[in-house]
Design a protein around this ligand. Structure first.
Ligand code: NAD
Ligand code: DAU
Length: 336
């Protein structure tokens, strides 16, 4: 199979490329990535000789058309992915997540190429503590500029599948963790703070709940959908990993042999979604997918070790990321 992977220099896309090169030797991989602040060519260094890399924008209609014409399938990871950034400057989210997806859809439509769209559970909004988990039938109700643009892109995909017969599948996954995740995100930000001897930074009281899944489990599900998913179908991906943010920070502190209460409460995120939770019954029963990382604490320990071993990968981004949080007004709170 000849595969075009958009966003392959980002967190999930790079892990997908590594998994594909290791486990699918018959697949030819071309990565299309704009190398924004979130893209890092070093994430693909160890597979550089085994893939083609194209530096370009998914919203470039001509480039996308040319690349799509030469492949059998597209897996679309590229996005502006960070909620906090979408609150500071929403425009790149509209451009990449909506216009970029449009460009890909027009190309796969024209060349009748199979398309898989990688999306997020955030399109469904948030849940209260006792509401049932999201399913494929949950109505869309996004809260942030990020999740609104991801929801918009999902709706474009559904429309192109129904109106034009595009052979598309979609997946909506919960919060990923693992190697190569940018230090702006919750878990790597706290790991790298702890390596630097800085206290972890918890938004507000830290009662918000996320449903954690290891990035390799996410990517195995994407491959199962590519292999055996029904065209036109949405699959939710999640590994029953619900934890509140305070619990995760305490686990990280314990992994560093630090007092579990040795963290700072900082300014909360405006409009902060309370809880995400995934019911992945369809994926499990129809496609036989099961997560391999059942133990979150063990997955976290391996992730911490990866950041310890790969300081040269994350160090160049750390100071600028912390400066951006400070410039956006993040402040330590006395009490919550
Ligand atoms: P990321 O921010 O780490 O990586 C995004 C990649 O896309 C980067 O390499 C960046 O350079 C590239 N990119 C951005 N704009 C581009 C453009 N216009 N043209 C070409 N490339 C561009 O993101 P991630 O966390 O790896 O997320 C990947 C996908 O998975 C996104 O679609 C995201 O919405 C989705 N998702 C993420 C999570 C999560 O927990 N991180 C969970 C569910 C779904
Ligand atoms: O649910 C899937 C989504 O998960 C993806 O679609 C997004 O691309 C991905 O970024 C992630 O979104 P979140 O906003 O949930 O992830 P983030 O890592 O930014 O934050 C996780 C939680 O931790 C959230 O409740 C905010 C909180 N947080 C975050 C940071 C950066 C903190 O308490 N402190 C922090 O320093």
């Amino acid at each position: 199979m000849r595969l075009l992977v958009t966003g392959g220099a980002g967190f999930i896309g790079a892990n997908f490329v590594h998994q594909t090169v290791a486990e699918r030797p018959d697949t030819t991989v071309t990565v299309l990535d704009a190398l924004t602040y979130a893209g890092n060519k070093a994430s693909l260094e160890s597979v550089a000789g085994r893939i083609d890399f194209v530096h370009g924008d998914i919203a470039d209609l001509d480039l996308v058309d040319e690349l799509v014409s030469g492949v059998d399938a597209v897996v679309h990871f590229a996005a502006e992915s960070h909620n906090d950034n979408s609150l500071t400057e929403p425009w790149p989210f509209v451009q990449t997540n909506i216009v970029g997806t449009y460009a890909l859809l027009q190309a796969v439509r024209r060349h009748d190429v199979r398309y898989h769209h990688v999306s997020t559970d955030e399109v469904y909004g948030d849940l209260t503590a006792d509401e049932p988990a999201f399913t494929e039938r949950t109505p869309y109700n996004p809260s942030s500029p990020y999740s609104a643009t991801k929801a918009s892109s999902d709706l474009l995909v559904r429309a192109w599948a129904r109106s034009f017969g595009v052979r598309a599948t979609l997946s909506n996954c919960s919060n990923n963790y693992g190697p190569y995740q940018h230090v702006e995100k919750f878990i790597p930000r706290q790991i790298t703070n702890l390596i630097d001897g800085v206290r972890p930074r918890l938004y507000g009281a830290g009662h918000q709940i996320r449903d954690w899944i290891h990035v390799d489990d996410h990517n195995r599900a994407v491959w199962d959908i590519l292999d055996r998913g029904r065209v036109g179908q949405t699959y939710l991906i999640g590994a029953n990993g619900e934890l509140d943010n305070k619990t995760v920070v305490r686990m990280l502190l314990e992994a560093f042999d630090r007092d579990p209460d040795d963290f700072d409460h900082v300014t909360d995120r405006p409009g902060h979604d309370q809880r995400y939770a995934i019911d992945a019954t369809l994926l499990r029963t129809e496609l036989g997918w099961e997560p391999r990382y059942a133990d979150f604490r063990a997955g976290l320990a391996a992730t911490i070790q990866w950041y310890r071993d790969n300081e040269s990968w994350w160090r160049p981004d750390k100071a600028a990321t912390e400066r951006a949080y400070a410039a956006a007004g993040e402040q330590t709170l006395g009490s919550v």
